[in-house]
Design a binder for this molecule. Structure first.
Ligand code: GAR
Length: 191
């Protein structure tokens, strides 16, 4: 199974996938890693791991449609079976997702459909829920919407900060992402 991973930031979830592949625990090929802006650590660590990288800078395009078209072309060049949004903080078009047969996987640091968006951890803390978690799902063109594949709960500690909670969620999220990819690879991607 060939995957292209899209990142906007540090790419620690991506690193977990790279590590699992390199240790022989995950039978997927990371064909490329792409970002929506220059200078991400996610792209830097991919290049260091010898993975092809690309940037389709959102700010370099006149509008979202032009950026989507360029992103589609850049990803399609690597002919992925599955595209993974791993901390990719941009909404892609339905056309983008259709181009890859709907195989657009996303991870989110909350128990969807609760607390979608860019601040899932902050919003869960602000609401005051006692349990949150993470979700791996097939993404559609909405904000963190689409069929759920896997979820795991994380209890929130008294007075826990956003950063500390997010870090604990990410530990679970990385494991869930790797196990989901392993299951998809074993099933021949078309689950
Ligand atoms: C992850 O927690 C991911 O779920 C979240 O961004 C973080 C990226 O971390 N994505 C979203 O909030 C999507 N709505 P990373 O760059 O260290 O992998």
């Amino acid at each position: 199974m060939r995957i292209v991973v899209l990142v906007s930031g540090t790419g620690s979830n991506l690193q977990a996938v790279i590590d699992a592949v390199n240790s022989g625990g995950l039978d997927v090929e990371i064909a490329a890693v792409g970002a929506d802006r220059p200078g991400t650590y996610g792209v830097e660590r991919s290049a260091a791991a010898g993975i092809p990288t690309f940037v389709v800078d959102f700010k370099a395009y006149p509008d979202r449609a032009a950026w989507n078209a360029a992103l589609t072309e850049a990803v399609a060049a690597f002919a992925p079976d599955v595209v993974v949004s791993s901390g990719f903080m941009r909404i892609v078009s339905a056309d983008f997702i259709d181009s890859f047969g709907g195989k657009y996987l996303n991870t989110h640091p909350a128990l969807l459909p609760a607390f979608p968006g860019a601040h899932g951890v902050r919003d869960a803390l602000a609401y005051g829920v006692k349990v949150t978690g993470c979700t791996v799902h097939w993404a559609d063109a909405g904000v963190d919407t689409g069929p759920i594949i896997a979820q795991e709960a994380v209890a929130i500690g008294d007075g826990e900060t956003e950063d500390a909670l997010h870090e604990r969620i990410k530990v679970v999220e990385r494991r869930l992402l790797v196990s989901t990819l392993a299951a998809l690879a074993a099933a021949g991607t078309s689950e």
